[in-house]
Every structure is written in structure tokens, then in C-alpha cells.
Design a protein around this ligand. Sequence first.
Ligand code: FPP
Length: 267
Amino acid sequence: MTFDFGGLTSYNSPRLNMSMQYSEKTPMNADASNRPAAPAHVAFIMDGNGRWATHRGLPRTAGHRAGILNVEPVALSLMERGAHFITIYMSSTENWKRPVEEVSAIFDLLVEWLGEAAPRLADKGVQVRHYGRREPLPAALLKQLGSATACSPPNPSLVLGLAINYGGRAEIVDAISRLARDRVTADAIDEDALSDAMYTSGVPEPDLIFRPGGELRLSNYLLWQAAYSELYFSQVLWPDVRDEHLDEALTAYWSRNRRFGGLQARA
Ligand code: FPP
């Protein structure tokens, strides 16, 4: 299934306008199924894998396996509902504090999943991108991310952003370093310049950030980009997120009044 990008030929539109163009075109119900439509960009925090496993008497890695296997169905469901960008927080710059066995099991699962899923996602018009610091990710994972990116379609229906070894603060620091390295002068530094220097350069800001797992915080996720995102928190654990939970989140999203600091709702 392909999607109309509204005549846009580039993702490099002004940050908020880009998001608006998509949102304004999106009806409440995406299709004949009567399911709520998705806005342009939905971001998730992959939370609850460990508890999902513990509740079943399984090792935490079984929860991470169930979690990674839920990425594709969620992404494809939202693509069918009209989303063009899905971003998933899979590991943070702070998650290195976890036991080394768990961290390396997560990276092994990612390598395995990318090798298996990336060609299929590419066939479905999904472009994979990595947001985060490459150092000190294992070479096998960097290689698999490179292959997934290389086999991605150039004109995708969906951009699937994988936030791996990602930190919102680290991203801002890296963006500023990049501007300094490129010798951008102080008077040329504005919000657009900084946005363009982020890992997410060219991607509109998330319209909706969905955190399953019951916690009510962003945990260093998309700190720059989330300025006007709608936040949705749910008790459901990530591996259990299904269409019905997406329906609930999207229904909540469409009931919000996004004013972006003005007096009138824009989307
Ligand atoms: C933020 O909460 C959540 C994340 C950064 C996602 C963490 C998910 C994993 C490590 C499992 C990923 C598994 C695979 C196979 C990719 P937090 O728990 O880091 O922060 P908090 O302590 O503030 O809740």
C-alpha cells in the first residue's frame, strides 16, 4: 500500500508546518474499517518488556523478544492508518546501567530482528533510520543497521526511526557540536539550524508520543522534538500493544486541541 505525501517532494519543510500539512489532511477515520486515522508522526517508548516476561515467569530477554516482534505489526498498522513516520525508543544512553547480560541480549535481538525484518519492511515501502550515538554500539549491530538503511526504499511510504543508544540531551549536545565543527556562526544558529543538526533531521516533530508500561515521563526521549507533541500514557505493556490500544491512543489524540501557543486549534 502506498501513501500520498500530499505533493511534498522533500522532508525538509519547516518543522511545525510539515507536521501540520500532514495532520490537516488526515481525517478522523482512516478508511472503511472505521479505525481512527494516525497523524503524520507517532513515536513510542518501548516500555514494559521486562514486566511482560516476569508476569509470565519468563526471563526478561523473553519479554524483549516479544517486544521486538511487536514493532512491525504496530508500525504497519499505523502506516495503514496514514502515518508516515514512526519512531521507537529501543535503548537509551542511560540503559547501559542495566546488567551487561541484558544489554548484550537486547543488541543481539536487534541484530537478529533487523536481519530478518529489514528486507521485508523494505518491500513494504518502509525506510529504516537509526537515531542515536553509534559509539559504543557493537559492530554487528552497526553493520546490520547499515544494511537495513542501505536496502531501504528511497521514496518510502513510512520512515521507521529506531532510537538506539539514544538520549535527548546527547542529541542536543551532538547537534551543537556539529554546528561548531561546521563553523556555523552564532547569528546563523536558530531553531531550524539546530533541528537540521539533530539525528532526526528532515523528520517532522512527533504529533503523538505513546508510552506504554504505566510510567508518566519521557525518560530523555526526543526532548527537542517533543515541544508540542501530544503525550499518551497507558498501563498496557509494549508487547501487548494491539490495534485496540492504538485506537484508544488515536481517539485521545484527535480529541486534543493543539494550539501551538495560539488561541485556535490547528489540527
Ligand atoms: C525509557 O525508559 C525506555 C526505553 C529507553 C526503552 C527501553 C527498552 C529496552 C531497553 C528494551 C528494548 C529491547 C529490544 C529488543 C530493542 P527507561 O526504563 O530507560 O527509563 P526510566 O528509568 O526513566 O523509566
